[in-house]
Write a protein that binds this ligand. Structure first.
Ligand code: LLP
Length: 422
């Protein structure tokens, strides 16, 4: 059983939230988030960085994992920055109270309009543009010139490593569209006319997501440090990206590195590859998404009906791949728990209503016999859940509900219906 989920008197609780009580107030499917877990995850991350003596850590929460404004406001109050990849995410971060000087702008396809908007929005523009190509730098330089501003630039280095993760979310090799090879960074630096309106302030990496093995991370941070030493000026910061994985599957918990291990690895790498040659402290920037938001959310669903095809037991639920697409897109494993505790009886395929065979939250799952209207939850859906959802099959979007520290529940994003779609 996951530590944020437990049965009390046979009723499933998410942290202190009694799920069946909450489901009486809100129609399923809905995402349920815990303020306490979200805050604890952020604080644990920040404190671990401080404890490992990393210099002025800045945690830029990756909005793509969860961009709900109420959740972002909670993180903003704790001091979080933001990692954004679109002007939409920039606006959302600002509206939630995250200042531009704590925002890093990532992404391979920033448009001219986006660069202009983000540069204009505050006196010094964002904390950095994490630049992914020479052409992008040319565009930023051109826009900054027109606005008579200086853009803060960080190159996203492609460290050419091969992390162990799903191929769709691996980003640190030259076959991937992300990051710049070191030679190309040098070419960009040597082009003096690009630097009249740009200042080089940092270097970043992000080699992939859901990383449980840190070998490639260690290698990549070593390369990041070595590259930093070759830059024409001292850098303000090194951005080690996001990517730290969580234990979705019970077996993952044995593999999952502790925050302490991760931070100490960064400390060691910096000592060995950077501070052995430079004494000026360099800030460490992080871009975690999943590590902060995944476990802060669950998807609450109801059973629609059972269907038996010879020895295949299908449990048809009212949530679908449009609400949460990780299992169908990556074959990702997420645990399923009945809300009322009962002995597990049979093996089920837990499937949604969408007309795709991949609309399946889990196969061969041992569950109690459940019937129409019984509740079931999908665990660890706070990251890449609602943010990747769609209205496929012309379905409305689910509500997002927050269980607050004070025990109250609150809708933080209303469900939508057909009428909202048209
Ligand atoms: N920084 C950059 C530049 C990124 O591209 C990403 C994620 C992050 C930070 C945050 O990574 P995290 O700490 O959350 O692993 N939809 C996929 C994940 C895609 C990740 C894309 N980039 C999933 O559901 O697993």
């Amino acid at each position: 059983m996951k530590n944020q989920l437990s049965y009390k008197n046979g009723a499933l609780h998410f942290e202190r939230a009694n799920i069946s009580q909450i489901a009486k107030k809100f129609p399923t499917p809905f995402f349920l988030y815990s303020e306490t877990i979200l805050k604890n995850n952020y604080s644990a991350f920040y404190e671990a960085a401080k404890k490992a003596k990393l210099h002025e850590p800045l945690i830029c929460f990756a909005l793509k994992s969860n961009s709900n404004k109420s959740l972002l406001k909670i993180l903003a109050k704790l001091g979080s920055g933001a990692d954004i990849v679109s002007v939409g995410e920039f606006k959302r971060a600002i509206e939630a109270g995250i200042p531009a000087e704590k925002i890093v702008f990532s992404g391979v396809g920033k448009t001219k309009e986006e660069i202009k908007y983000v540069l204009k929005a505050s006196k010094h523009g964002p904390y950095s543009f994490n630049v992914e190509s020479i052409e992008e730098l040319e565009l930023i330089s051109e826009v900054a010139k027109k606005l008579d501003k200086k853009a803060r630039i960080c190159f996203r280095l492609n460290p050419v490593v091969q992390p162990i993760t799903h191929k769709y979310i691996s980003t640190g090799n030259k076959t991937h569209k992300f990051g710049m090879l070191l030679d190309d960074v040098f070419t960009a630096i040597e082009n003096k006319k690009l630097w009249k309106h740009c200042t080089l302030v940092g270097l970043s990496i992000h080699i992939g997501s859901q990383l449980l093995d840190l070998k490639a991370t260690e290698k990549a941070i070593g390369k990041l440090c070595e590259a930093a030493l070759l830059m024409p000026n001292n850098l303000e910061f090194l951005d080690v990206g996001g990517g730290l994985g969580v234990d979705y599957h019970p077996d993952d918990s044995k593999k999952m590195p502790e925050l302490k291990t991760y931070m100490e690895l960064i400390h060691r790498s910096l000592e060995k590859h950077y501070y052995a040659y430079r004494s000026k402290p360099v800030r460490v920037v992080f871009e975690p998404g999943r590590k902060i938001s995944a476990k802060a959310g669950i998807l609450v669903m109801s059973v629609l009906r059972n269907k038996v095809s010879e020895d295949n037991n299908f449990l048809i639920v009212d949530g679908g791949m449009n609400d949460f697409m990780r299992p169908s897109l990556y074959g990702a494993y997420h645990e399923l728990f009945p809300v009322k505790k009962a002995p597990a009886k049979k093996l089920y395929h837990v499937v949604g209503p969408i007309c795709e065979t991949s609309d399946c939250f889990g196969s061969g799952r041992k569950l109690p016999a459940l019937k129409q209207d019984d509740l079931i939850i999908l665990a660890d859906t706070g990251a890449y859940g609602y943010s990747m959802g769609s209205s496929y099959n012309l379905r409305g979007r689910p509500a997002e509900v927050l269980f607050k520290d004070n025990g109250k529940t609150l809708i933080i994003n209303k469900a939508t219906s057909y009428e909202d779609l048209t």
